[in-house]
Design a protein around this ligand. Structure first.
Ligand SMILES: Cc1cc2nc3c(=O)[nH]c(=O)nc-3n(C[C@H](O)[C@H](O)[C@H](O)COP(=O)(O)OP(=O)(O)OC[C@H]3O[C@@H](n4cnc5c(N)ncnc54)[C@H](O)[C@@H]3O)c2cc1C
Length: 306
């Protein structure tokens, strides 16, 4: 029911305009999205960097169905990377990329070529690229693309989702020297055959994955707002004798800013996932539709600034 509602809302341009212009919802959107243009995202990035935070930019795009859309997504990333370099915001600011936005569902090779162009622009700008994790049907293709990209751009990172049953194995594969791995719980509605369903099972999987990544030789990027998991990550880092430069925390823009500041203040790298782009409205609604728990997640974030 909620899912249908949010998906219908995602497709409504009129509703989008209304949400954008209404004062209450505008505040909500501004809290979670940096703006619709590169100019706006550069300003917010500067503010976050001045506050001692690292950033990963995420250019929002609608479901990419045509080659033109995929090319436009690639060009936006290449352009913003040039501007970040010009503004002196690299390496503090990197980019997060969804291969689906680059055309993965049209042609995997095309998405790979686009990702390569973005990695080359990031290398030129002195920063890094992380591939987002999407629904489980794309995991194999994304990890294959990662392997290819890392041949020439070894700093390319990838996200792994603790809710997937396969992820412990993927963590083992990726816990190698120089390998940047973002561990998150996972945001899509996935079937029981491939994903743990209860919050407890997902949390337990998260901790098992964390143990593998912290024990390994790579660079774990712990992407959660869950204070228990953050505390466990700090504990494991101590146990495995990792300094604060050998792993990082990541959180969404606008969520738990006080916790972000606390971690940064204790010497950790805290990277803020910063979405921007014209397509913010569909993005916000789809996040709500994909996982009803995300509604509560947003509501908590609005109710609490802690
Ligand atoms: C940087 C980053 C990158 C991500 N990348 C991906 C990706 O590539 N692919 C993907 O599928 N998903 C991604 N996600 C989303 C992720 O998978 C989760 O859906 C999302 O982060 C919610 O999970 P959580 O770990 O924060 O914990 P939750 O289970 O949502 O929350 C855990 C607990 O934290 C506390 N809490 C959480 N938020 C708040 C708040 N705002 N105020 C107060 N208390 C709060 C509450 O006690 C809550 O019970 C990413 C998330 C982050 C932060």
């Amino acid at each position: 029911m909620l899912r249908t509602l949010f998906l219908a809302a995602a497709g409504s341009t009129r509703l989008g305009r209304l949400v954008e212009s209404a004062p209450v919802s505008r505040g909500l959107v501004q809290r979670f999205v940096a703006g619709s243009s590169a100019d706006e995202v550069l300003l917010v990035s500067r503010r976050l960097a001045d506050d001692g935070l690292a950033v990963s930019l995420d250019h929002l795009s609608e479901d990419t169905r045509t080659i033109e859309q995929a090319v436009a997504a690639r060009d936006e990333y290449v352009s913003v990377l040039g501007r970040l370099k010009g503004a002196g915001l690299t390496p503090a600011v990197e980019v997060s990329v969804k291969l689906s936005a680059l055309g993965q569902r049209i042609d995997e090779k095309l998405a790979y070529e686009h990702a390569r162009a973005i990695c080359a622009a990031a290398a030129e700008a002195g920063t890094t690229v992380t591939l987002d994790a999407e629904d489980h049907n794309s995991t194999d293709a994304t990890l294959e693309t990662l392997t290819e990209l890392r041949r020439d751009f070894p700093s390319t990172g990838a996200a792994l989702q603790a809710y997937l049953r396969r992820t412990e194995g993927d963590c083992r594969e990726l816990a190698t020297a120089g390998s940047r791995v973002r561990l998150c719980k996972g945001a899509y509605a996935e079937p029981e055959s491939v994903a743990f369903q209860s919050a407890l099972d997902v949390d337990k999987s998260f901790v098992r994955c964390l143990n593998i990544l912290m024990a390994g030789e790579g660079y774990p990027m712990v992407a959660t707002h869950d204070t228990r998991l953050i505390a466990i990550a700090e504990d494991r880092a101590r146990w495995f004798d990792r300094s604060t430069t050998e792993y990082e925390f990541q959180m969404q823009y606008g969520v738990r800013p006080e916790e972000q500041a606390r971690l940064a203040g204790s010497g950790h790298t805290v990277r803020i996932h910063l979405p921007y782009g014209e397509e913010w409205y569909g993005h916000l609604m789809r996040r709500l539709a994909e996982r009803p728990a995300n509604v509560g997640f947003m509501a908590r974030a609005v109710a609490s600034r802690k």
